[in-house]
Ligand binder design. Structure first.
Ligand SMILES: [Fe+2]
Ligand SMILES: [Fe+2]
Length: 312
């Protein structure tokens, strides 16, 4: 499989060292083995989210992901430089830059929004989790920024505006208004932890596998970020489920907001898929994964997927 032969990718995490980590390990075991059509949601919540609010656990586990790395990669297998890409088809270079730029645009949204949400979270558990997410997102912004610079993209803002769908910047503005200006906690969690991060899991997995044969250092960066993102999505699902169960009157608001923001993100991912196709990369599996995650998350929230899934 390579960026140039379009073979179906198969996400693997074998080179990430794992110890006991109920949430991440369970989700990894759950999703790594098979094609997206086999994803399901049979895990018990007590296994899935056992350590969500445990700072000690967060320090131990994220330390393990980042130990001995340089901006998220193994120094013995650094990501390819711009010069090293010159021996490859230009689509390989532009594909990796586009993946990093799109990733960074999303990380910037999550960095800003998680910091704001932490400041007015309604309970200590949420505040505790979001404090860890802010640091995770700061790290993700850093590793993607450094990756772009190693690719020769030193003007990071210009690179983002060249490679990233304008819809992503509009989504950032919309989230800033909702989270910073309106202090809408539930809407912020929906937009950040469910629509943005939940759907991005599919693209992260696809890109990590796609670039692995040609640029294993970049694949490693994506895989380590992905481990954090699964945890962030897990928090979103737990908090939103609590909200819907404890305040049935909020159910319609949650359902409408999930529908609206997921639709925004789905349009962005569909345009990303079109851009991948123009580079000669078959995006079918990436979009399959996005759609499967979307359906799985709706089921876990106990929401109807009629309105949302149709828009996907
Ligand atoms: Fe992130
Ligand atoms: Fe995240």
């Amino acid at each position: 499989m390579s960026l140039t032969d379009h073979a179906a990718p198969d996400p693997v995490f074998d080179d990430i060292v794992h110890g006991e980590e109920p949430l991440v390990d369970a989700l990894r075991d759950h999703t790594e083995s098979a094609d997206p059509h086999e994803l399901d949601d049979s895990l018990d919540d007590h296994v899935r989210y056992a350590k969500l609010y445990d700072i000690q656990h967060w320090r131990n586990s994220t330390g393990r992901y980042l130990d001995d790395t340089t901006y998220g990669y193994d120094p013995e297998t650094p990501p390819l430089t711009q010069e090293e890409f010159r021996a490859l088809p230009s689509a390989a270079y532009h594909g990796v830059v586009a993946a990093m730029a799109g990733g960074l645009a999303g990380e910037r949204i999550a960095f800003e929004c998680s910091a704001a949400l932490c400041s007015y979270a309604p309970d200590d558990n949420s505040r505790m989790f979001l404090a860890t997410q802010v640091i995770d997102e700061a790290r993700h912004v850093e590793v993607f920024t450094q990756r772009l610079k190693r690719l020769g993209c030193h003007d990071v803002d210009a690179t983002l505006h060249k490679y990233v769908n304008p819809g992503m910047f509009a989504f950032h503005d919309k989230m800033r208004a909702r989270v910073v200006d309106s202090r809408d906690f539930a809407g912020g969690i929906i937009g950040q932890n469910l629509a943005l991060e939940g759907l991005a899991l599919g693209f992260f997995e696809f890109n990590a596998a796609l670039v692995k044969p040609v640029d294993p250092g970049t694949s490693r960066v994506l895989e380590t970020v992905l481990l954090d993102e699964r945890r962030h999505v897990g928090f979103g699902l737990v908090k939103l489920r609590e909200l819907v169960d404890e305040s049935p009157d909020k159910r319609a608001y949650v359902e409408d907001t999930v529908c609206e923001l997921s639709e925004n993100m789905m349009e962005i991912f569909e345009e990303n898929a079109d851009n991948m196709a123009r580079l000669g990369i078959d995006p079918t599996e990436a979009m399959d994964r996005v759609n499967r995650y979307h359906a799985m998350h709706l089921r876990r929230l106990g929401l109807s997927d009629a309105g949302v899934a149709q828009s996907a």
